[in-house]
Design a protein around this ligand. Structure first.
Ligand code: NAD
Ligand code: FES
Length: 304
């Protein structure tokens, strides 16, 4: 069992957990993730590691409520425990001095972009970060991103904070202004990474995206996380999650991630109906008993 030392909402539906996991904290590098399970029959979900403290033996994960499991996870509080946390998984981000790097974080993807931005800054890069969210309330890690960036540009889709627009509008402006860009790192929804990739391909700017396909075992055995890179199958959990954006087949990724959408929707509806009728104990105490899952598959990068 992995104890939750601290749990706190960063934004509506987005929660940060500080978890006691000394072995993972010692080994974790930017770009890696964990797969966790909150009860015995529960599905395994890949989750972003936002930070780790090897001295205290803790990792920070950031979870967005998107399906049943992430809703259940976000009901956990300080002092509760998570059944299994496996990791760190995936290859770390390539960190070296590239020159000027633009780090793009879309929504909760910002949590994954943050440790990479911090490491790139430490490696001597000029880091320009772009953070986008649907609205003001959903902008996360602004202070943290600012601290590791030479410049931080923020957009909101509805204009309720900073500049109205998408992250790609800021990236386009940088390109049009003639800013020298040696690398772009983008983490966020697939549509965003695809749009960033389309923009930088035209300019021949090397671009890396962190992919979030369905994951199950996280060890390269199940094939669940297969992605098509330059026409060849690769496994995001062991060969990635970061790939050269210009080689990624985003259409196949979208299709594969939609495979379980109906069962996920059904599972979420059942969860909500049962949640409304539950009246005895706080649900975070009854997770295993109350919310067994028939499928056991990991929801599509529900979080990551
Ligand atoms: P969101 O839908 O609110 O989008 C975040 C931002 O992305 C927007 O504010 C906008 O600036 C940009 N964006 C969205 N659509 C765009 C488009 N068509 N063109 C250009 N830019 C666009 O994001 P969310 O609700 O926080 O969802 C986060 C998603 O990121 C989830 O699907 C989650 O699975 C995924 N995620 C991915 C990773 C990863 O490793 N790739 C990590 C964490 C989360
Ligand atoms: Fe099973 Fe990657 S999650 S092969």
């Amino acid at each position: 069992m992995f104890k939750i030392i601290h749990a706190q909402f960063l934004a509506p539906g987005i929660k940060r957990f500080v978890i006691e996991a000394p072995r993972i904290a010692r080994k974790q590098k930017p770009g890696q993730f964990v797969i966790l399970r909150i009860y015995e029959e529960g599905e395994r979900i890949p989750v972003t590691i936002e930070n780790s403290d090897p001295v205290k033996g803790t990792i920070n994960i950031v979870v967005q409520s998107a399906g049943k499991t992430t809703h259940l996870l976000n009901m956990l509080e300080t002092g509760d425990s998570i059944l299994d946390v496996v990791g760190p998984l995936g290859k770390p981000s390539e960190i070296r001095n590239f020159g000027t790097v633009v780090v793009v974080g879309g929504g909760v993807g910002t949590a994954m972009a943050y440790p990479t931005a911090a490491a790139l800054k430490d490696a001597g890069n000029r880091v320009i970060s772009i953070v986008g969210a649907r609205n003001k309330e959903l902008v996360i890690l602004e202070k943290e991103m600012r601290a590791v960036s030479d410049a931080l540009l923020i957009t909101t889709d509805d204009g309720s904070y900073a500049d109205k627009g998408f992250v790609t509008d800021k990236l386009r402006q940088l390109i049009e202004n003639g800013t020298r860009i040696d690398l772009v790192v983008a983490v966020g929804p697939i549509v965003m990474m695809k749009a960033v990739s389309a923009l930088t391909r035209k300019e021949n700017i090397h671009t890396v995206v962190s992919l979030n396909p369905i994951m199950i075992d996280g060890t390269g055995m199940c094939g669940g996380c297969r992605v098509l890179i330059d026409g060849k199958s690769e496994f995001a959990c062991v060969d990635g999650p970061e790939f050269d954006a210009h080689k990624v087949n985003f259409e196949v990724l979208v299709q594969r991630n939609a495979m379980y959408r109906d069962s996920e929707r059904q599972s979420m509806e059942e969860f909500q109906a049962r949640e409304q009728s539950a009246s005895v104990e706080p649900m975070s105490r009854k997770i295993g008993e109350t919310w067994g899952t028939p499928s056991g598959h990991a929801t599509q990068g529900e979080q990551r």
